[in-house]
Design a binder for this molecule. Structure first.
Ligand code: SF4
Length: 192
């Protein structure tokens, strides 16, 4: 599957991105599966998802839940709604969100990865990943809660990017802590 993803050029051929450089990272035995929005330019340059500051913060959140240093890159399967970088937002404020057409083209890869890996826990990171699985919603209604589907635990998390201001609110920080407590309990219960 990863070989097929790396060879994909669908979005380039459709004219959505100038150059497709799909990123994949993870092992079939990984029990924690991370779904983000899309890789950014740093991840493409390093050929490693979550290479920027958001990845460092996501790893720190995992450490708050008791996971060891390096867990994100060494033991978590890292996927996203699109496996290629959509490029910069034309308004100049951060990364462009992938369009519905791009996420639809890439969705079969994400679904195939989920089927192959069959993770115990899926971390839905950021609004776009959360809404893809739960529909349109407010972050404050979902962060700190989880849903179990076919034996897999889906945990929504806010995006750990500096662009998101959601975490500036103290109550939202408390919701994040609730989510990390759930993760800490699962780490022990399921030996993640
Ligand atoms: S984003 Fe997904 S569907 Fe589009 S070119 Fe990259 S791998 Fe292919």
């Amino acid at each position: 599957m990863q070989t097929q993803i790396k060879a994909c050029r669908r979005c380039q051929e459709a004219g959505y991105i100038p150059c497709a450089q799909p990123i994949v990272s993870g092992r079939i035995a990984d029990q924690v599966f991370v779904i983000g929005q899309a890789p950014g330019h740093r991840s493409v340059a390093n050929n490693k998802p979550w290479s920027g500051p958001a990845g460092l913060l996501l790893q720190r959140w995992l450490e708050q839940a008791g996971f060891p240093a390096g867990y994100l890159y060494e033991h978590a399967y890292l996927s996203s709604l699109t496996h290629c970088d959509p490029g910069k937002n034309p308004r100049g404020n951060g990364d462009r969100k992938p369009s519905r057409q791009e996420t639809e083209l890439c969705r079969p890869f994400l679904d195939a990865e989920l089927r192959l890996v069959q993770p115990r826990v899926v971390l839905l990171v950021g609004t776009m990943a959360i809404e893809t699985f739960f529909g349109k919603t407010r972050l404050e209604d979902l962060i700190g809660t989880y849903t179990e589907r076919d034996g897999t635990l889906f945990l929504p998390l806010p995006h750990p990017s500096g662009v998101s201001r959601w975490l500036n609110d103290l109550q939202h920080q408390q919701l994040l802590q609730q989510a990390l407590q759930l993760l800490a309990q699962w780490r022990i219960a399921y030996e993640l």
